[in-house]
Design a protein around this ligand. Structure first.
Ligand SMILES: NC(=O)c1ccc[n+]([C@@H]2O[C@H](COP(=O)([O-])OP(=O)(O)OC[C@H]3O[C@@H](n4cnc5c(N)ncnc54)[C@H](OP(=O)(O)O)[C@@H]3O)[C@@H](O)[C@H]2O)c1
Length: 293
């Protein structure tokens, strides 16, 4: 059965997740208002108010973020002005115009100290260990504080056709490129996460919006893996026989702490949608076919 037609504004519509959200939104028959950074600046309350009040959407999905984890560490002001205060501005205006607010957040709100076989549920205590995670957690709190009808969607390790705008592509694209330049590739094998295909996440998020789900929810493709597992599978599926070497995160000279295991559990999503998203390996196959063949 088709859902009631809604007017849905997508902030960050040309981004990796935003572009698939826009696509799915249109496919499902909703009026889609694509807002790019040239149309809206989330850190400016007046601008957010003017833009959203003019279009008066029923639902606003905010994907805008400053999410380069290393850069966030050195630019707290920018991290908080976009990820926290910007998130609050959008939720505040949403409340004013009686729109539902959906904020896209991250697995980095967790410390990642769990055993590698375990994953975080929505009910577990958050404890970010870097500036990016802290700024996104503050964003979550500010969004839910404005309106308890809001929805916070945590995704992790995104891969999608558009590639991350801020990071200049996603992990898979970079691996496939580097595999043809470097021999061997060194990839971290002691950080666990749940990869998320933006096309699958977008479909799930729009369905959650149609059902007016509120609170916090994890949206990722099931099963966790390390970056090494993820890269190995991509190379294998793509038919590249490059050598790949597992390394530990500590061998990088980085001052930025990252969670050891930030895998997200998706039981709530499965209960609401009646089925889980496909396994990340199948999502990766679909992605490679769509983008590279
Ligand atoms: N990428 C990941 O692996 C990952 C993992 C976990 C969570 N997330 C979260 O998922 C969301 C989407 O990520 P993504 O990979 O799709 O990001 P993306 O490709 O970088 O897209 C973000 C979009 O937001 C826009 N934007 C940035 N700052 C803005 C501002 N101040 N005001 C208005 N628009 C602004 C960007 O426009 P310009 O590029 O033109 O500035 C871009 O179109 C983010 O909230 C991120 O925190 C991402």
């Amino acid at each position: 059965m088709m859902a009631t037609r809604r007017s849905i504004a997508i902030i960050g519509a040309s981004g990796q997740l935003g572009s698939d959200l826009s696509l799915v939104c249109e496919e499902r028959g909703h009026k889609t208002i694509r807002l790019n950074h040239t149309n809206i600046e989330v850190s400016n309350l007046n601008n957010v108010d003017n833009v959203l009040s003019a279009s008066k959407p029923d639902i606003i999905i905010n994907t805008a973020a400053f999410h380069n984890v290393n850069e966030c560490e050195n630019d707290l002001k920018k991290a908080f002005s976009i990820n926290s205060i910007g998130a609050s501005h959008v939720a505040r205006v949403a409340k004013k115009i009686n729109a539902k607010s959906i904020f896209i957040s991250t697995d980095y709100v967790f410390a990642g100290e769990k055993d590698v076989r375990a994953s975080y549920t929505e009910k577990e205590a958050t404890h970010p260990i870097n500036v990016y995670g802290i700024s996104k957690l503050a964003g979550e709190g500010l969004v839910l504080m404005q309106d308890t009808n809001s929805l916070v969607v945590r995704v992790s390790s995104l891969f999608g056709e558009a590639g991350s705008k801020e990071k200049g592509g996603n992990f898979i694209d970079k691996i496939l490129y580097k595999a043809q330049q470097e021999d061997p590739l060194s990839i971290v094998n002691d950080q666990w996460m749940t990869p998320t295909y933006t096309l699958d996440a977008a479909e799930a998020i729009i369905r959650l919006a149609e059902k007016n789900i509120k609170g916090v929810i994890h949206v990722t493709n099931p099963a966790s893996c390390t970056w090494f597992d993820f890269a190995s599978m991509a190379l294998n599926l793509y038919g590249l026989s490059s050598k790949i070497k597992p390394i530990s995160y500590s061998s990088f000279k980085s001052d930025v702490q990252r969670p050891h295991n930030s895998s997200l559990a998706t039981n709530r999503l499965r209960e609401i949608l009646g089925e889980p998203l496909r396994h990340w390996e199948n999502a990766l196959k679909h992605y490679l076919q769509k983008k590279y063949y």
